[in-house]
Design a protein around this ligand. Sequence first.
Ligand code: BG6
Length: 462
Amino acid sequence: MTLNYKFPEGFWWGSATSATQIEGAANEGNRGQNIWDYWYEQEPNRFFENIGPEITSDFYHRYKEDIQLMKEVGHNSFRMSISWSRLIPGGRGEVNQEAVQFYNDVIDELLANDIEPFVNLFHFDMPIELQHEGGWESREVVDAYVDYAKEAFQLFGDRVAKWFTFNEPIVPVEGGYLYDFHYPNVVDAKRAAQVAYHTMIASAKAVEAFREFDIKDGKIGIVLNLTPSYPRSQNPADLKASHVADLFFNRSFLDPAVLGEYPQDLIDILKEYEQLPKTEEGDRALLKANTVDILGVNYYQPRRVKAKEHQPNPDSPFLPDWFFDNYEMPGRKMNIYRGWEIYEKGLYDIMINLRDNYGNIESFISENGMGVQNEERFLKDGEIQDDYRIEFIREHLKWLNKAIQEGSNAKGYHMWTFMDNWSWSNAYKNRYGFVSINLEDQSRSLKKSAHWFRKVSDNNGF
Ligand code: BG6
């Protein structure tokens, strides 16, 4: 068969998910609470249709059936996360044997089906006890995280080679400390900077710990949501706005994770506005010595910015937005359900930037996808006809393929997500999966995109 877009041999085809979004069984198996369980108890109204994280997609009970479906959808790899509060309820101390059993079972089942597990340690889900101690603002919580990471390497490192310290570590910073969409709903940039900094220190310390384990073919990485900043125009004021947005939202994690140091321009801004976090002696050397082996790139949307129209109110809380306004480009293509622009070439731009400025680090697309509301309206003969999703993936893959042709070190493509899952405060509003979930009875069915993806994976291209 002749293919127009062929991918390198051994390309990773699969999808990604996270513990809180699919496992359910929140009150089973001795699991502890995380910030989502707690926040839902406090403010259920903050969640779409008041649906909380207790049951979600019931993967805890149905993982066997789900892994069979992954096979049908052509997966050779799958990223999951471990729930810290399931493995170590309360965040510190005794390991929960029921959790060990569960994750062992899932990992073994994946391997038995020739699906390589990629395991992430933290996906927005801080154990509530540790959040009450200050969460990532506390250096003691960093230590607790490193102990948890070591436990996980010890328990599962005999079978899991690819590890990730964090998924999108900037999101809890934005959501929890700047823009009020995650617990603890603080708006305070200095505290946000501390949270970001400690997260990065935690990641470097986990990388350092990982190197002590003798994990066969072991690689440790981080998953970042990279959002290229496009200026409205080439006017120097617009260019400056996009440079600053890039510093805050991409380079704040990308540079320390891959290059082992923070961009000086970012430090200068935070210094000028008195927002620098507390640091400790030895941190600089720690970051420099413990960069990641592999980078997961989550890409959904670009960020378009322009120079600010008005001076920010000096009495308002300091925010990154003091330096730019968002720009709505006329003619942009939108995913209206999520309110995110679709710009496929952004993926290529990211990969070329990694090639040219980040040592062409080994990478893969660790999330990319399209959430759509009321997908039942596309049901025909028992199958959701999600042609829009096929088009979305195909067009992104074309740009990824071009980047690879031009030397990008991209090794795979994981979709967000395998099956419809619980999307934080949006709950089940937007559906992202290859597999549709009927929330009434938890039954699963493949969408049209699942069959299409299977063929792409089988042919290693299209
Ligand atoms: C990423 C996250 O931000 O995007 C996922 O890693 C998330 O956890 C996904 O679900 C889609 O975003 P949302 O907010 O629509 O669920």
